[in-house]
Design a protein around this ligand. Structure first.
Ligand code: GLU
Length: 569
């Protein structure tokens, strides 16, 4: 989590605006607080170099309103924070400065040997001003002086950071573990970013930092090191094809992204029926499946629910034992037999819990297939085959279109459906979107204190995802439950302030039991005539969650305490 964006150029220009624009796009990674540090350019009257730091609590708009002057500069670094160590307040916001205010750092990740670092700093009479782990970095860089490429020997954990100092006007970058950090360049500026989505359209080349790399950017020279040895890295051509900040006329990204679902379903069906590379990948996967006797599908949050649904589809269609895992719950003692195959699902391809789960799978030599929206990501790079989710950027924190894409792709890669089924499915998904508010009526009052969503089989997995969506964006306690299980415990919770959404038409007994205890029940019908139809059935609940959030004046794109792309363990 946390977004890092920085710019460096040989001549003074408006890098402050460029940094703020980059941070705005990275805001999905965290919006607890934000900040920038820039170099004051030397002028004839002002020959002293210094760093200016501006910080604010809340999202990037708060920072933008605080940055009154936009002087031309050659270096600016910025950060949007999702706090892990130290509460959300202005002092704890990044950039963090060394004790003498000469080195500034923006950081993503956690310094796990924080207390050891504090001891080292104490022994050197350096006092820290905040409880944030990040603050040790500029101070250790200060102690290391010219030896900073050895920084990884001092810091433990997974992290990336970008530093600048008043002496040199350089940038210094370092990466340990799996967190992303990219360098992009155009004709006159070099950019540092946590996600290539934030790079301006002028960027024509990028390179990603790898584990244990350090990098120094001096003027327009970019020097890479690994364990203090100079290394060469190859630049990839880059073409920014999305304008990430465009809401396409909708008031929120969440609504825009739900409305894209039918077109994305169409795009996936056409690419997965015609694209040569994808068709070859499908053949390779099907050959692997033939050699496997168990499939493990792993994901976190919404991706876990997609995994759960696919596990049911796979078992039915392939007659192979298929187990869905919450990525962080797969551990060294999980039984993974020799002929197993793993599928990991991740929107960003940087999900730390899923990367940790891949370590376990790889240690046991289990082949890994990824379903991933960002095909340049770490998860994609570490997988044998990556099936692209083809969704374009998903900015809203609550995932909607990517959920549908992962399920559809999971279905298509194991089975060929007829053209008729494809066409009907697209038409039905369009109709479901158009009629979503009629299919699932918003109740007259939203005065309920708890919500149950119930279903059986795949509808139960859809209920779990529905409950997550409602919780994420409306802050109302909502639980997905297998229909018949309600009477084995949770029915005791039901009273006149309970709303229940029943999914499918095979749950009428449970619905009656809820109504008998004063709860309100609304039903989401499922039309199973087309075998892919169930994928679009989530749309009415996604829209229900959106409406619920908006009725409570909550911005569904940025729910409190959350961030997209969960890159910390
Ligand atoms: N540990 C740092 C902080 O709490 C960075 C957190 C992160 O990357 O999510 O500010």
């Amino acid at each position: 989590m946390c977004g890092i964006f920085g710019c460096i150029s040989q001549h003074s220009q408006n890098l402050i605006d460029k940094t703020l624009q980059g941070l705005k796009i990275l805001e999905y990674r965290g919006y607890d607080s934000a900040g920038i540090t820039y170099h004051n350019a030397k002028t004839q009257t002002n020959t002293e170099t210094k760093l200016t730091t501006i910080k604010s609590v809340g999202d990037i708009e708060q920072l933008i309103s605080k940055v009154k002057n936009h002087p031309q500069t050659t270096v600016c670094i910025g950060h949007t924070r999702w706090a892990t160590n130290g509460e959300v307040n202005i002092n704890n916001s990044h950039p963090h400065l060394s004790y003498n205010n000469e080195i500034a750092v923006v950081h993503n990740g956690i310094i796990e040997n924080y207390s050891e670092c504090c001891d080292l700093l104490k022994a050197n009479d350096i006092k820290l001003k905040t409880p944030v782990d990040t603050e040790v970095i500029p101070n250790i860089l200060y102690l290391l002086h010219d030896n900073k490429h050895n920084i990884h020997k001092y810091l433990q954990g997974q992290y990336v950071f970008c530093a600048t100092d008043i002496y040199s006007k350089n940038l210094f970058l370092a990466k340990k573990g799996n967190l992303p950090l990219y360098i992009g360049r155009d004709n006159d500026t070099i950019y540092i970013t946590s996600d290539t989505l934030a790079l301006p359209t002028s960027t024509n080349e990028i390179v990603a930092l790898d584990d244990l790399d350090t990098c120094e950017i001096i003027d327009n020279q970019i020097l890479f090191f690994k364990e203090n040895q100079s290394i060469k890295k190859s630049w990839q051509p880059f073409n920014q094809s999305f304008i990430a900040s465009d809401k396409n006329g909708f008031s929120t990204y969440m609504e825009k992204e739900i409305n894209e679902i039918p077109d994305i379903m169409q795009r996936i069906i056409s690419s997965y029926s015609t694209d040569k590379t994808i068709l070859q990948q499908i053949q390779a996967l099907r050959a692997q499946i033939k050699n496997s006797n168990c499939i493990h599908i792993c994901g976190c949050g919404t991706s876990y629910h997609a995994a759960l649904i696919l596990s049911k589809v796979f078992e039915k269609e392939l007659q192979i034992r298929t187990i869905a895992h919450v990525s962080s719950e797969l551990n060294q003692t999980t039984l993974l037999n020799e002929k197993a195959l793993a599928i990991v699902i991740s929107q960003s391809g940087e999900t730390a819990d899923t990367l940790a789960c891949m370590d376990i799978l790889q240690n046991q030599k289990i082949p890994i297939i990824a379903l991933c929206n960002i095909t340049t990501s770490t998860i994609a790079k570490r997988s044998e085959i990556t099936f692209p989710l083809l969704c374009g950027p998903e900015i809203a924190v609550a995932s909607t279109k990517v959920f549908c894409a992962a399920i559809l792709i999971g279905c298509l890669i194991i089975k060929n459906y007829t053209q008729k089924i494809h066409n009907e499915f697209i038409q039905n998904t369009r109709k479901t979107l158009q009629n979503a508010r009629k299919i699932l009526h918003f109740p007259n009052t939203n005065d309920f204190s708890k919500i149950f969503i119930i279903g059986k089989g795949i509808a139960h997995a859809l209920a779990l995802e529905s409950a997550l969506k409602i919780k994420e964006v409306s802050y109302i306690h909502c639980e997905g439950y297998p229909a018949n299980e309600l009477k084995h415990g949770p029915l005791s919770m039901v009273d006149t302030t309970t709303l229940a959404i029943t999914i499918g038409d095979n749950v009428s007994n449970t619905a009656a039991e809820i109504q008998a205890r004063g709860g309100t029940v609304i039903n989401l019908p499922i039309d199973n005539k087309n075998p892919l139809n169930f994928i679009g059935q989530i749309i009415p609940v996604q829209i229900f969650a959106l409406d619920l959030a908006q009725s409570k004046n909550i911005n569904p794109d940025k729910p409190r305490n959350l961030a997209k792309s969960v890159t910390v363990l």
